[in-house]
Design a protein around this ligand. Sequence first.
Ligand code: NAD
Ligand code: WQD
Length: 337
Amino acid sequence: MNILLTGGTGYIGSHTAATLVAAGHRVILYDNLCNSQASVADRLQTITGHALPLVVGDIRDTALLSKTLTTHQIEAVIHFAGLKAVGDSVKDPVTYFDNNVGGTISLLQAMKAVGIKTLVFSSSATVYGVPHYLPYDEKHPTGAINPYGRSKLHVEELLSDLAHADAGWRIACLRYFNPVGAHDSGLIGEDPSGIPNNLMPYVARVASKALPQLTIFGSDYDTPDGTGVRDYVHVMDLAEGHLAALISLSKGDSPIRYTNLGTGIGISVLQLVDAFQRASGQTVPHILAARRPGDLPAYYADVAKAKAELGWTAKRTLEDMCESTWHFQVTSRHANK
Ligand code: NAD
Ligand code: WQD
C-alpha cells in the first residue's frame, strides 16, 4: 500500500515508517520540520534499505497535500503531524488549535478532494482527562484538561461527524499512552530540542550527564511509592499498532473506531528511574519536589479492545524501553560530535 505519513520525520512517525517499510509498504513522509530534521529520512534509508520520499510542507497547505496525495498515488494516510507540548498549548492555544485542528481540516479537505478515505489519527490518552475509574477503557468519558488535549478531542469529534456523514470512511483514532524507547539501530529516537518536558528523555540526559539531576514532580500521590504512575509503551510496539490498525481498517466495516495503545501496566517515576539505572549502568541523581501543576496522579490503559479488534498487544518490556533509549542516547551523542 502507498501510505502518506504526516509528521513522518517526527518521533512516532519515523518509527512507524520503519515498521511499515519492513512490512512491504511504500511510505511517503510529509513534514514541515518544525520539530524534526530532514536527516531522519536518510537514517530511515539506512535502516530500511529503501529511499523514502520526503515532502517538506505544512499540513495547512491543502494544495500541496492534494498534489502529494495524487503524485504518490496514496491509498491511506497516517496523521501524526501536530504540536504536543502541553505547557505551550496553555500559553498559546490559538497556535495549537490552528495547527492541530486547522491542520486536520486541511488534510481532510485534501483527502476528500482526491477520494482517499482511509485515515489513522494520532490521538492521546489525554482525551480521557480526570479518571472516573482505572484502567481507562475506550468507553471512559472524555474530558481533556488542557488546550492540547482539547485539540485532540476536537479532532476526534470532527472525525466522528465525518464518519457519520459518510460511511465510506475507514478511520482509526489511536489513543497513545506514554510512548518511549527507540529503534534498535540507535539511529532514530526521541530527541527533543532544549530541556525535555517528558520523563524518559529527561532521565536519559541525566544518565548521560548532560543534565545534573532529575526533579521528580510529586512524591505524595496516592500511588504505591507516592510518585506519578503512567503506562509507558515502547515506540516500536506503537509502530506495530499502526500497521495492525491499517490491516484491521481494510477488513472491517466500521467507519470509525477508537483504540487505546498501551501496555495496561502502570509504572511509577521511581520504578522507571530504577529500571533506567539498571539498563544504562549509570546513576540518575534525583530530588523529590512539588507536584507539577496539571499532572494526574495515575493512569493506564485497558488494552482488551486493542487485542480483540487489532490483534495487537505490546510485547516489549520496561527494560527494553530503557535499554533502547540509552542506546539511542549514546549513539546520537557520538553522531553529533
Ligand atoms: P513529534 O513532534 O516528534 O512529531 C510530530 C511531527 O509533526 C514533527 O516532525 C513536526 O515537525 C511535524 N509537524 C507539526 N506540525 C506540522 C504541520 N503543521 N505541518 C507539517 N508537519 C508538522 O511528536 P510525536 O511524539 O512523534 O507525536 C506524533 C503525534 O502523536 C502527535 O500528533 C502527538 O500529538 C501525538 N501523540 C504523541 C504522544 C507522545 O507522548 N509523544 C502521545 C500521544 C499522542
Ligand atoms: C510522566 C511522569 C510527571 C518529567 C505527557 C502529556 C500527554 C502525552 C504524553 C501527548 C509524571 C513525571 C516528568 C520530569 C517528573 N502526550 N515527571 N519529572 O505528563 O504523563 O504526559 O506526555 O499526547 O498529553 O501530558 O508525561 O513524561 O511529562 O510525565 O517527575 O522532569 O513523570 O510528573 O508523573 P505525561 P511526562
